[in-house]
Design a protein around this ligand. Structure first.
Ligand code: GLU
Length: 308
């Protein structure tokens, strides 16, 4: 292994410099906090099986996790329901946008846990009596994936809750179908808090590594979820994690990943490493433009493609 393809020596700042001239994409305008995000932010981080974490410049700049939280919500819901969440959710890709107002026909279940309907339901399936307890359980669970105590950005959470009309619509639809037991407003409130958890590229890479390493956080050594649950989380990232761009992503990058509207992408290369790339300008599918290009380069340079 040479320095060029050894993740312990790979030049993350050189990759960042390759990405910076790319100016395509627009920031999300869904909430004011994302519309005003620093569009020059660009960071790449790797978390390795030996517990080492490496990042480029900007690697400790914070942003809200947004949909990159969804694989971890799915894992927590599986853990808290003893796998029962699998009866309440589909796991098929939709070929549609993340917030499509659509449930599985015939069952009324969310199509998968990586789209908004599914993530709203996973938030309602974690342990806790009422929305505050469930939100607290989620923050504690995410902190175990991260290996440190995470915080919620209250402004982002408030905006998500107030302005997430499509999320409220999805929650009402699931109530109507009998899929969601919590009230629609409580379910969206918890989801809004989960999306508003603050991370940085290094933290997100460790979270991705915890799933990649069979549910054991490589930094703390803590088992966060079972190997089976970690495998389920990574499998659903592979098929559904980049929404209606999941097929294109698997072909080009070949590493299970979850995209998000904050421009963060978390990647879990099974048994190998966790990675995160963040840069706010998004393409038409809601994937970070620099993130996509960077992930392709990282996968090619480090030989990460699952079918490579
Ligand atoms: N909080 C965002 C929403 O619900 C998440 C979507 C995403 O990151 O793709 O609209």
């Amino acid at each position: 292994m040479s320095a060029a393809d050894d993740p312990r020596e790979y030049d993350l700042d050189a990759l960042r410099r390759r990405l910076l001239p790319e100016r395509a994409g627009e920031r999300s305008t869904s909430i004011p906090e994302l519309a005003g995000a620093d569009q020059h932010l660009c960071a790449i981080a790797l978390a390795l099986p030996d517990g080492s974490v490496r990042s480029s410049a900007d690697g400790t700049k914070r942003f809200s996790i947004q949909s990159a939280v969804k694989p971890f919500l799915f894992a927590l819901a599986l853990a808290d329901t003893d796998g029962g969440a699998l009866d309440r959710l589909g796991i098929e890709p939709t070929g549609e946008a993340f917030d499509a107002i659509k449930l599985e026909s015939g069952t009324g279940r969310p199509p998968n846990p990586m789209v908004n309907a599914g993530a709203i339901l996973t938030c309602a399936l974690v342990d806790g009596d009422g929305p505050e307890e469930r939100a607290a359980r989620i923050v504690t669970g995410l902190s175990a994936f991260a290996g440190r105590a995470l915080q919620v950005d209250d402004d982002v959470s408030r905006s998500e809750h107030l302005l997430g009309d499509r999320n409220h619509a999805l929650a009402h639809l699931m109530r109507d179908e009998g899929t969601l037991e919590a009230t629609a407003d409580d379910a969206v409130a918890v989801y809004a808090r989960a999306c508003a958890v603050l991370v940085d590229a290094e933290i997100l890479a460790v979270m991705g590594a915890t799933l990649a390493m069979g549910g054991v956080n490589p930094v703390t050594g803590e088992r966060v979820v079972s190997a089976r649950i970690a495998r389920d989380g990574v499998a659903v990232m592979a098929t559904c994690g980049v929404y209606d761009g999941s097929g294109r992503w698997m072909r080009a990058v070949g590493v299970p990943a979850k995209s998000s509207v904050s421009g963060a992408i978390v990647m879990s290369a099974p048994g190998t490493l966790g990675a995160a790339i963040v840069s706010p300008p998004l393409d038409e599918l809601g994937t970070s433009v620099r993130g996509r290009i960077g992930a392709e380069a990282l996968s090619a340079d480090l030989g990460l493609h699952l079918f490579g």
